[in-house]
Design a protein around this ligand. Structure first.
Ligand code: PEP
Length: 250
């Protein structure tokens, strides 16, 4: 089986202007990074900048939307459908981000429906899961992330186009990164969960990436963990140090 290619995603969240897009993309386009064979790089601007970013970005990097509607488009004011993303040739979408789970009450079932629908339309999915601080302190981390993964596993049969993204909520945007050992423990647990509940081939081939206060200084040690196949980066993806995070692939 082919080794899992390192994946680095940049989640720009609800930030920036058209000028900022130009600036960030210029830095990325001028960066010397490992080859496409070694790392897959995907940046995720807000919807309104997807086309601009796609037009400017180097061909070896791709874009992701930060969300999409759960079913076929229609009378859903303010939503963006998976079909629209496909129509714009946006290859990836982030689904289930903890900010949406918490602020917009997206349940694991709703996220799983979105994942299944997006995959069925031909999108590739960065599917986010993760525990809160209270859940970690209560010792239920594995239980929580397994339940979030199970919701998805019950609704999809092909994991080829899924990147499973472990993002402890307490580490997102807080500057409190998970230690390499903490991240590895959960990634290993998730891979074992996939092995037992989905199958050994899916467990072996599915990329499990980490997100939560990753930066240029802490990425190398995290990247060295055997079950950590890349990163989803928030704050640092808006800065030149994102290039250092991409370089941690090799
Ligand atoms: C994220 O929002 O996906 C994230 C990981 O954010 P940050 O890197 O800023 O913690």
């Amino acid at each position: 089986m082919a080794p899992r290619k390192f994946f680095v995603g940049g989640n720009w969240k609800c930030n920036g202007t058209g000028d900022d897009v130009k600036k960030i993309v210029t830095v990325l386009n001028e960066a010397e990074v490992p080859s496409e064979d070694a790392v897959e790089v995907v940046v995720s601007p807000p919807f309104v900048f997807l086309q601009q970013a796609t037009g400017l970005l180097r061909p070896d990097f791709a874009v992701a939307a930060q969300n999409c509607w759960v079913r076929k488009g229609g009378a859903f004011t303010g939503e963006i459908s998976a079909e629209m993303l496909v129509n714009l040739q946006v290859p990836w979408v982030i689904l289930g981000h903890s900010e949406r789970r918490a602020l917009l009450n997206e349940s694991s079932d709703f996220v799983a429906d979105k994942v299944a629908y997006a995959l069925a339309q031909g999108l590739k999915v960065i599917a986010c899961i993760g525990e809160t601080l209270e859940q970690r302190e209560a010792g239920t981390t594995m239980e929580v992330v397994a339940a979030q993964t199970k919701a998805i596993a019950e609704k999809i049969s092909d994991w080829t186009n899924v990147v499973l993204t472990y993002e402890p909520v307490w580490a997102i945007g807080t500057g409190k990164v998970a230690s390499p050992a903490q991240a590895q423990e959960v990634h290993d647990g998730l891979r074992k969960w996939l092995q037992a509940n989905v199958g050994p081939a899916v467990a072996e081939s599915t990329r499990i990436i980490y997100g939560g206060s990753v930066n240029g200084a802490n990425c190398k040690e995290l990247a060295a963990q055997p079950d950590l196949d890349g990163f989803l980066v928030g704050g640092a993806s808006l800065k030149p140090e994102f290039v250092d995070i991409i370089k941690s692939a090799t």
